[in-house]
Write a protein that binds this ligand. Structure first.
Ligand code: HEM
Length: 415
């Protein structure tokens, strides 16, 4: 459904696109809002870029999360979803399943991963944040991805799950392999996933014998009408909590800090509010950072279970659909001045955490980590500055996630 009179379609998935995909998304929203394209993996998929269509697609039960519905699933094996999850027997997690299985598993995990558990975790997140800043405080410079945004979520989720401190650096290494290879060769990711799988299976076994107060013990204990998670389901659940909760939060902190450094007026406003003890702008501000340059560029895969029409475009049974959250959240039909960062934006029903039954389960934890990380950085490093030319910064260029490889900064004061 291309508009024949439009300027030529922009190139997608190049390095320039990775650095700034928003002009290409603006073109797609206007001229080809449901657009079929070949992805770098060779798989053909529909990109959905308008807010109204995106929101509808995310909640549409005819779009399945089960990769078995992919028309190419036989020969496209392993090209959709998380690398390595198939061979590591980790397919039965929330992002790959539909109701009624999804309803059952989500209800069980919600009993263990409660808002209260997250709220009680707040002091620990603050402590981890401060420790990481202490480590580079005296140096006057840091790479905020490597030294801060990357380790914080991995240590946080390990603590929450109940991974003993002495094993957490292994997780840091595996997570590093996953993030380094994002968008590149898949072998490294698959190996890291397998190691994590073996470790989690053993940990779940140990926690079954010797339960504690951690989330893995909570997952094992959780029951609903007499139903429990099987060991395999518990392993897949722990894995998806790690996988979904890790790189996303890295990018929230990375993209968020970068956006603040590039918008000094907004950053000063937030710094002033924090100094006056007003946390209101922090809460709306983190939501706005999610909308403006969120961690999840495209929602995870969906597959049409029947022929259907979306945004006036016919989609055939078996076709993959990618909902482009980053494009939807800049749609001028939905947001006033969508390309402007406004930390006080109030009408902000962004899709950064998705929508519908797969809405982010970890949103309370992500908000806690994002707010703590950004507020603490601005409080403790009041004159934080970018130490690189924005043109030279490299973005990861993966499909689902959007994030910086490095974020060099400098500062004179660190308290
Ligand atoms: C689902 C975003 C952090 C766990 C999702 C989805 C999005 C998202 C967009 C829906 C995907 C889809 O419909 O295809 C984010 C962002 C985060 C974040 C932007 C950080 C800023 C976390 C954290 C955790 C987590 C910290 C857990 C520790 C999950 C899980 C799902 C999910 C388990 C699947 C839910 C389901 O299918 O029912 N997230 N997420 N996320 N997220 Fe997050």
């Amino acid at each position: 459904m291309h508009d024949k009179n439009a300027s030529p379609a922009p190139a997608l998935f190049t390095w320039e696109f990775a650095a700034d995909p928003y002009p290409a998304y603006a073109w797609l929203r206007e001229h080809a809002p449901v657009h079929r394209t070949a992805l770098p993996s060779g798989v053909e998929a529909w990109l959905v870029t308008r807010y109204a269509d995106a929101r509808q697609a995310l909640a549409d039960q005819r779009l399945s999360k089960n990769p078995g519905h992919h028309s190419e699933s036989a020969h496209g094996k392993g090209k959709v979803g998380i690398p390595g999850e198939r061979s590591a027997n980790l397919m039965t997690h929330l992002l790959n399943i539909d109701p009624p299985d999804h309803t059952r598993l989500r209800r069980l995990v919600s009993k263990a991963f409660t808002p209260r558990r997250v709220a009680e975790f707040a002091p620990r997140v603050q402590e981890l944040t401060d420790q990481l800043i202490d480590d580079f405080c005296a140096k006057g410079e840091a790479d905020l991805i490597h030294d801060f945004a990357f380790p914080l979520p991995i240590y946080a989720i390990c603590d929450l799950l109940g991974v003993p401190p002495e094993d957490q650096d292994d997780f840091r290494d595996w997570a590093g392999m996953m993030i380094r290879h994002g968008g590149g060769p898949r072998g490294g990711v698959a190996r890291a996933v397998k190691k994590m799988r073996t470790y989690l299976a053993e940990l779940i076994h140990r926690k079954r014998e010797n339960p504690g107060e951690d989330l893995i013990s909570g997952l094992i204990r959780a029951s609903d009408h007499g139903e429990h998670l099987t060991e395999n389901e518990a392993a897949a659940m722990a894995f998806i909590l790690l996988f979904a909760g890790f790189e996303t939060t890295v990018n929230l902190i990375g993209n968020g800090t970068y956006a603040l450094l590039r918008n000094p007026g907004q950053r000063e406003r937030l710094q002033r509010a924090l100094a006056e003890g007003d946390e209101g702008l922090l809460a709306t501000g983190v939501e706005e950072l999610l909308r403006y340059d969120g961690p999840v560029e495209m929602a995870t895969w969906r597959f049409a279970t029947q022929d259907l029409t979306l945004g006036g475009q016919r989609i055939a049974e078996g076709d993959p659909v990618l909902v482009v959250l980053a494009a939807a959240d800049r749609d001028p039909e939905r947001f006033t001045e969508p390309d402007t960062l406004d930390l006080a934006r109030s009408d902000n029903q962004h899709l950064g955490y998705g929508h519908g039954i797969h809405y982010c389960l970890g949103a309370p934890l992500a908000r806690l980590e994002g707010q703590t990380a950004l507020a603490t950085l601005l409080r403790r490093l009041p004159d934080l500055r970018l130490a690189a030319d924005p043109e030279e910064l490299r973005w990861r260029g993966g499909l689902i996630m959007r994030g910086l490889r490095t974020l060099p900064v400098e500062f004179t004061a660190c308290t």
